[in-house]
Design a protein around this ligand. Structure first.
Ligand SMILES: Nc1ncnc2c1ncn2[C@@H]1O[C@H](COP(=O)(O)OP(=O)(O)OP(=O)(O)O)[C@@H](O)[C@H]1O
Ligand SMILES: [Mg+2]
Length: 396
């Protein structure tokens, strides 16, 4: 009788063991300090560590420091109330990359009275990235329609403002005979009219109207570009030569030089030698790279003054795509900014410094104009790296 019960027990034990060990999700138990007592083999498949590198270690060693407080709250809640808790957090793979996991935990007391926390973890990284992509694509489609509408509406009155400001300047010029004649007809001296306007700063006001109008018109051009698929002609280029040219352009740009000290930045060029010619729209891709470089230079100008500012421009081949990395050692980007970084008009800069269009235009040019991808990796305090992926044999 006893033997039968024992056999039944071991059979059911081995059945449960088999279920746990073959589960695609990670099944684990923790002590109340947060140390792993058991992890199922799925951990190695999903996160790459040997199980011996996990058992006995604290869960905090694997979780992103920003997410630890949330996990600790769930942990404490389950200890206090014995009610199942669920949380989603980032956890580090053995290769250093980050995965997103959703875990359900509960409390358990075994027959010897030992209390543990047990849980199941599902890897939701792909689903998370997919949802992020869908919501970004939908948001972009909506905003791009709005941007196009607004840009067209603003374009006409803006054109009138610019043109009339220019007319005023021309109509007080003594170089145009019709002006001199009209002044004589009404009995005024045009030189004196100009002198008065000069003295009261009226000519300066008009010139300010013109330069502010030009700035607004640049923004409008960007907005239109954002909402339009790039139809600029594409050509095959040698990526290394092309990047050298863009870096030279960046070095000679007035703002980059004067405001953000581009010359003081150490540039490292790590170009892959085996890249075939890449088909791209030269002016479009120049704009993308200049936007990214200008952001990096601005970020470095705001960064820690004691460290040597550096930008690495790297090219490489991966999975049938040519990759361009632009990496800076500036202050980095926090998670909230990162999520919205490609949205039009999203900026953390002061009014007048940034319009928030740079990266949204870059995004459109890369994804629609080149059927490529653009992404950013960053951690606050650890610099940022923008990666552009371009298909190798596709029409741009
Ligand atoms: N290399 C970087 N380091 C830190 N933050 C960055 C970096 N690149 C972009 N950002 C952040 O992303 C935001 C959006 O960048 P984006 O280029 O779209 O707009 P902007 O630079 O603010 O304005 P604009 O490009 O229109 O002048 C920036 O305001 C900044 O907060
Ligand atoms: Mg910018």
């Amino acid at each position: 009788m006893v033997q039968k019960a024992t056999e039944t027990f071991f059979k059911s034990e081995s059945r449960y063991r088999m279920l746990v060990e073959n589960s695609c999700d990670i099944i684990f138990s923790l002590d109340f300090e947060g140390r792993f007592v058991y992890v199922s083999p799925a951990w190695k498949n999903i996160l790459g560590h040997e199980l011996s590198e996990v058992v006995g270690h604290n869960f905090r060693e694997f979780v992103d420091p920003e997410d630890i407080p949330r996990c600790e709250d769930a942990f404490m809640a389950v200890i206090r109330s014995n009610a199942m808790q669920e949380m989603t957090y980032r956890v580090q793979h053995a290769d250093g990359s980050w995965r997103r996991h959703t875990t359900r935990v509960n409390r358990h007391r075994d027959e010897n009275g030992v209390k543990t926390i047990f849980g199941t973890t599902h890897d939701v990284t792909e689903r998370f990235l997919f949802e992020e992509l869908i919501s970004r694509t939908e948001k972009m489609a909506m905003i791009s329609g709005m941007a196009a509408g607004m840009a067209h509406e603003i374009n006409n009155p803006l054109g009138a403002i610019l043109q009339h400001a220019q007319n005023i300047e021309r109509r007080v010029s003594a170089d145009i005979p019709a002006n001199v004649q009209a002044a004589a007809e009404v009995g005024v001296n045009l030189d004196l009219v100009r002198a008065y306007m000069q003295k009261r700063g009226i000519l300066d006001f008009i010139s300010h109207i013109r330069s502010a109008g030009m700035k607004a018109s640049e923004i409008i051009t960007n907005m239109l570009q954002f909402s339009r698929r790039s139809d600029a002609g594409a050509e095959y280029v040698n990526l290394s030569t092309f990047l050298d040219k863009v870096l030279e352009l960046a070095g000679s740009d007035y703002d980059m030089k004067k405001k953000y000290g581009f010359r003081r930045i150490e540039l490292q060029r790590l170009y892959a030698a085996d890249l075939p010619p890449i088909l791209l729209s030269v002016s479009g891709m120049e704009q993308v790279l200049l936007n990214i470089l200008s952001n990096a230079a601005q970020a470095l100008a705001d960064g820690e003054p004691s460290q040597q500012p550096r930008i690495i421009v790297r090219t490489r081949l991966a999975k049938g795509m040519a990759l361009i990395d632009i990496e800076d050692n500036g202050p980095g980007i926090d998670e909230q900014t990162r999520r919205r970084i490609f949205e039009p008009f999203f900026t953390t800069k002061k009014i007048g410094v940034g319009t928030g269009l740079g990266l949204s235009v870059a995004y459109e040019i890369v994804t629609k104009g080149h059927r490529g991808m653009i992404a950013v990796r960053s951690k606050p305090g650890k610099g940022s790296c923008f990666t552009i992926k371009l298909p190798l044999q596709e029409t741009a």
